[in-house]
Design a protein around this ligand. Sequence first.
Ligand SMILES: Nc1ncnc2c1ncn2[C@@H]1O[C@H](COP(=O)(O)OP(=O)(O)OP(=O)(O)O)[C@@H](O)[C@H]1O
Length: 225
Amino acid sequence: MEVQANGVSVVIDGREIVHDVSLTCGQGSLTALVGPSGCGKTTLLHCLGLLQRPTSGRVSVDGVDTTGWKARERRRFWKESGAFVLQDYGVMEEESVAFNVVMKSTVFGSRVVGDEKKLNSVLELTGLTGRAGERASHLSGGEKQRLSIARALYKDARAVFVDEPTASLDEDNRTRVIELLVGLARRGCAVIVATHDDEMMRACDVRYPVGGSARRAVEVRRSRQ
Ligand SMILES: Nc1ncnc2c1ncn2[C@@H]1O[C@H](COP(=O)(O)OP(=O)(O)OP(=O)(O)O)[C@@H](O)[C@H]1O
């Protein structure tokens, strides 16, 4: 999936938070939105993920302009194609790890339904093997981060929007999360990451400086081996 911003600006309370961003986040590529705290990375990420409407400009998905999309079309995009790994992890604390991945249960919520083999495979990939039945609230910050990635992997998301994925992680978890995001891109997903982290930035194919004067997406590597 390709997610594209064309002349996207966001004005809140008379203040321009995002200024005239044009950027293409391609299928199979890992794009970093970079810049100092408060420069508008999260706001831009939310626009690209259709969580927030730009004040002007447009966001297109696979070449389709989403400006006129109603709630129903945006919901379909989130359900079928998009996944989020946000700073508050987007995890349902009271639910099990398995439910948080599969997001489906029987009518009365007593049992998670879904593809068990696939569930086990994504839990293994994200280092959460054996944790399916545990309450998500028991997980550590790094584990919750990986749980959100497990959900993106399970649903075969085609675009994943990630906010500061490594901010509060120790070295091991950080490396692991970066590897998982690179893995998602290698599967053909468009992965867009707002980040301050040098190691995360180095793993990205494209770095886009948000804010500042000389804004231009820098392609770091043309292709991965
Ligand atoms: N809903 C809102 N109402 C008022 N101001 C907002 C709102 N959303 C964002 N802002 C402001 O816009 C600016 C950019 O915020 P944003 O969270 O996008 O920055 P950021 O680059 O992601 O910052 P950080 O790296 O610290 O997470 C900040 O000054 C913030 O206070």
